[in-house]
Design a protein around this ligand. Structure first.
Ligand code: SAM
Length: 206
């Protein structure tokens, strides 16, 4: 099994029980996202974790494909969806690289707390752009550690080596904005809840 899947499988149970670090910010992100959703929408969430965000948005859209590299995260997600009788979210265990769909077929893609964990962020952003219909949106929330914690570049590989944390990539908000615009997105909405907090963006495909 992939090291990253192992890491997330090991912490899945604990992750699902942890209170959300900033509940008010999470609620605001959910509300802002919901304002962009419509009942006819086909959505992908990658790195869905224990499924809370997909389950929240399910009643506002037609269908959500929710994928994650960790089967344990997905077991928890599926049982939460079952408990809430949510039928229009399909959970699948796979990486965003493995996921495949025809170009220009998705209305929205959600990638929350995930872009900073990827080795190939630019490729994934380009892939999301290809999969979206024109006018489709990419909703992200990303730790931009390069803004305030450049030293993390040195610590991260050590933490990864000891299995204490996943590999975290260090980049600035400005670099993330550039990655989005270079891929062809226009940033429609951006919100930074505060120092050392994730940057929330809604980017639109022209
Ligand atoms: C920090 S958690 C975020 C979970 C959820 N999006 C949230 O906001 O609570 C990152 C999640 O991404 C998943 N993941 C990591 N790399 C992935 C990849 N390449 N493709 C799909 N999922 C991935 C992990 O298993 C984990 O569940």
């Amino acid at each position: 099994m992939d090291q990253s899947a192992k890491f997330w499988n090991n912490i899945a149970e604990r992750y699902s029980k942890q209170p959300i670090a900033d509940e008010a910010a999470y609620q605001k992100k959910l509300q802002v996202t919901r304002e962009h959703l419509r009942p006819d929408m086909e959505i992908l969430e990658f790195g869905c974790g224990t499924g809370s965000t997909s389950i929240f948005h399910a009643p506002s859209v037609k269908h959500i494909q929710a994928i994650d590299i960790s089967s344990k995260m997905l077991e928890i997600a599926q049982s939460k969806a079952d408990a809430e009788k949510i039928k229009n979210v399909t959970f699948k265990c796979m990486t965003i690289d493995e996921f495949s769909v025809l170009d220009k077929t998705l209305d929205a893609v959600l990638g929350l707390s995930i872009l900073h964990l990827l080795d190939n962020k630019e490729e994934v952003i380009a892939k999301v752009h290809r999969m979206l219909k024109p006018g489709g949106i990419f909703v992200t929330s990303t730790a931009c550690l390069g803004d305030t914690m450049k030293f993390f570049k040195i610590i991260a590989p050590i933490g990864k080596f000891f299995g204490l944390m996943p590999m975290v990539k260090v980049f600035t908000t400005r670099e993330l904005e550039d990655s989005m615009t270079d891929a062809g997105f226009k940033i429609e909405y951006q919100w930074h809840p505060g120092k050392n907090k994730a940057v929330f963006m809604i980017a639109m495909k022209h």
